[in-house]
Structures are given as structure tokens and as C-alpha cells.
Design a protein around this ligand. Structure first.
Ligand SMILES: Nc1ncnc2c1ncn2[C@@H]1O[C@H](COP(=O)(O)OP(=O)(O)O)[C@@H](O)[C@H]1O
Ligand SMILES: [Mg+2]
Length: 240
């Protein structure tokens, strides 16, 4: 039995009494790069929010590294769907990346030299160091997405949750993000990514969770990412 790093049992979630996820069990394997796929409205974003305690669940349990969420928050980085973020707030690139360090700060909550260094290194990793003093509102979509990746990098997390990080970004940003996830995997880290492009999935991920309100299938890409499972989830409308 492989190491399970995120264990979801019997998860049910609803908006205004209308269930969107039914009784789902999900096991995320430690060190995997796992894609979550499913049609629009399948509950992919809702599943991440349920796991991360950002939305109330009706029933079910979530264990992360064998512990309840509140004990492992430092280890978890989350990058929400870009369309759900308000980009107009007045803040610089550096401030956004420093937010990744807040989980590590003491009660004074003032970043130290070491925190600035980690933030700067993270900006270099995603090729945005030259933009560190810019306002976030002045950046392109791809550049903003990279800044949010830098915030996650600066956090030094064990698990990265990303909700459609490649939606609407340029090729360069796509490559930077996927290279980062591959490098993180070599360091033993786990990523869980809502992904919309089925064509690139086998290249970018090694595990997949196929969802449409219920889990249709989950496991290694080779055995799980099959025409049959895609048809079950997408109703024969999976694409191309
Ligand atoms: N804040 C909300 N209020 C009411 N319904 C919502 C809300 N967010 C999502 N939903 C509904 O829940 C379902 C699942 O949404 P979501 O998790 O965003 O799907 P996905 O990310 O797979 O596209 C959809 O039917 C959506 O309309
Ligand atoms: Mg979504």
C-alpha cells in the first residue's frame, strides 16, 4: 500500500441544500502529481475547498499527513482559480510573495531577512524578480499566475493545491509552472491540480482523479485515464 498523504472519506458538500458532491472517497498518493478532471460544474473547485476547509462540508472527513487540517496548515499551499481572485487590490509583487511566509512568522508577524530572501529566491525561480516592486494590477494574467506560484514556493509547503493554474496563461508560464511541479516531485512533494486540458494530462501528471459530482475513477494515469472512464465522466463529450 502506497503512502496516502490526503485521505478524504464520505465527503458530501452542497450549495444552498443542492448537493454538488456526493459521498466521495479520495486518496492522494504522497509524492504524486495528481490531476483532478471533470466537466464544468463537476465540483472540482468545491472538492479542493472542502479539503482545505474553505467551504463547509455536510459530512465526511479529511486527513492530511494523517492529521486534521488545522495541524498541517503550514504544509499546504493553495492557488485558487485566477478568475475568483480580485486583482485590483493595491499591493506589490513582493508583498504577495511575502504572504507565503506568514504561516512561518512568529506572533509579531514581521517578515525577517530570511523571509525576504526566500521570497526573492521564489521570484527568481519563476523569472519575475525584475517585477518585484510592481503593482500586481499592472501584470499580465500569466505574470500574475507566476507571482502566485512564487508565493506558494516561498511558503516551503509539502503539498500544493492548484485550481486550473494553466487557464489563460502563456506557454512560458505553463512551462515554468510544470517544471516547478516536476522539480518539487523530485524533492518528495505532492501536487494536486485541477486541470482542464486532457491532451497534456499524460505528460504533466502521473495520477488522476476523474470527477463528476461523484468520483468516476482514480489512480495512476496509465490505468485510469481511459476512454471508458472519460466517457463515464464527460458523457462522451470529452473533447477534442
Ligand atoms: N458559491 C456558489 N453558490 C452556489 N452554487 C455554486 C457556488 N459555487 C459553485 N456552485 C455550483 O456547484 C457546482 C460545482 O461547482 P464547481 O466546484 O465550481 O465546479 P468545477 O470547478 O468542477 O467547474 C456547480 O453546479 C456550480 O454552479
Ligand atoms: Mg472550478
Amino acid at each position: 500500500m502506497k503512502d496516502v498523504i490526503v485521505q478524504v472519506e464520505d465527503l458530501t458538500m452542497a450549495y444552498h441544500d443542492k448537493p454538488v458532491l456526493w459521498d466521495n472517497d479520495v486518496d492522494i498518493i504522497k509524492g504524486s502529481r495528481t490531476a483532478i478532471i471533470g466537466p464544468n460544474g463537476a465540483g472540482k473547485s468545491t472538492l479542493l475547498k472542502g479539503i482545505l476547509g474553505l467551504k463547509k462540508t455536510l459530512s465526511g472527513s479529511v486527513l492530511i499527513m494523517d492529521k486534521p487540517l488545522k495541524e498541517v496548515k503550514k504544509e499546504i499551499a493553495y492557488i485558487p482559480q485566477a478568475s475568483s481572485v480580485n486583482w485590483d487590490f493595491p499591493t506589490t509583487v513582493m508583498d504577495v510573495v511575502l504572504m507565503g511566509r506568514y504561516v512561518h512568522l512568529g506572533w509579531i508577524k514581521r517578515p525577517r531577512k530570511e523571509d525576504y530572501k526566500k521570497a526573492e529566491d521564489a521570484l527568481k525561480t519563476i523569472d519575475m524578480y525584475d517585477f518585484k516592486d510592481r503593482q500586481i494590477s499592472e501584470l499580465s494574467g500569466g505574470q500574475r499566475q507566476r507571482v502566485f506560484i512564487a508565493r506558494a514556493i516561498a511558503q516551503d509547503a509539502e503539498i500544493y493545491f492548484m485550481d486550473e493554474p494553466l487557464a489563460g496563461v502563456d506557454k512560458k508560464t505553463e512551462k515554468i509552472i510544470m517544471d516547478f511541479l516536476k522539480k518539487s516531485q523530485k524533492e518528495g512533494k505532492t501536487s494536486i491540480v485541477v486541470h482542464h486540458d486532457l491532451n497534456t494530462l499524460p505528460e504533466y501528471f502521473d495520477h488522476v482523479v476523474i470527477l463528476n459530482k461523484r468520483i468516476v475513477a482514480q489512480g495512476p494515469v496509465e490505468s485510469t485515464f481511459t476512454r471508458e472512464n472519460l466517457d463515464l465522466a464527460f458523457g462522451g463529450d470529452s473533447g477534442d
